[in-house]
Ligand binder design. Sequence first.
Ligand code: AHG
Ligand code: MN
Ligand code: MN
Length: 335
Amino acid sequence: MHSGTFLTQFILEEQRSIPNATGDFTGLLNDIVTACKTISHLVNRGGLIDILGTAGTENVQGEGQKKLDVISNEVMVKSLEWTGHLAAMASEEVEGIISIPNQYPKGKYLLLFDPLDGSSNIDVNISVGTIFSILRCPDGVPEPTEKDFLQPGTQQVCAGFCIYGPTTMMVLTTGHGVNGFTLDQDIGEFILTHPNMTIPKDTGEFAINMSNQRFWEAPVQRYIEECIQGKEGPRGKNFNMRWVASMVAEVYRILTRGGIFMYPWDSRDPSKPGRLRLMYEANPMSFIVEQAGGASSTSQQRILEVEPEGIHQRVPVILGSKNEVERVVAYHKEA
Ligand code: AHG
Ligand code: MN
Ligand code: MN
């Protein structure tokens, strides 16, 4: 028997502590939980059903879609459009915003999501996940348009991700710290297993795609070079490297034992200001990381303060253990 708190109970108790809460937000979170359980189930079935491999299509970002990208997107949309908690949605896999069909009531929240993060890893059986960000729909807007979504990350009501790894876990923040829940597959419920997750201020572990090294700017070159020099270098200590190429796995590791994750600006394609997308990757992850005591920056400013210009906009990302992120930012200032 479990003695732990169920995610449903946890959300409900948080709601009770907010005066005048209507239960809409609790309802929305429960809907997202249900969608993630469905995706978790499908990811776990893998090669047993015909869902691996490429879909043969491209998304708006010109990236090849995996079958599971398309299926996970469909699960999110179909699980959330009818419940009456959302005014509209936006997804990595869909160019414009996703309206709520007319036959369903509209709610007061906007949801942005990356239905399957790290999907280039899906066929090799490495952790993938779903990332989401919840915003309030501006007052008096019956039919939201893209511009209603363009709110800075500081406006997020809630952010979370579900990681489909050796265990399926949901990690959430509503601005009061970060909590982690593990899916008990037997009973189909998420149980609070990692209350109050915090990121150590210092770390000896970095994550960056080293194959892009020749395209980085000088401050990033300097930081990584100093890590690699280890005990004999200016840092006077050895560093370890991890790179999963799946942001959910990277952020989860950092929440567990610290570290720094970087997908910085690089000169590969000057039209792209970064690899990761602000609204459904960088913002929700930054909210979580800051709530856990870490830091998150573009190198020039706090990610959460970036004024968005488009739902699929990209940004440079440097996040994780506070002292290391601040060091990278300082190297940029010095340059
Ligand atoms: P997605 O699968 O949603 O497109 O996102 C993948 C992201 C992120 O998870 C990861 O950090 C990064 O892309 C890896 O990119 P590269 O392999 O191109 O360096
Ligand atoms: Mn992604
Ligand atoms: Mn994705």
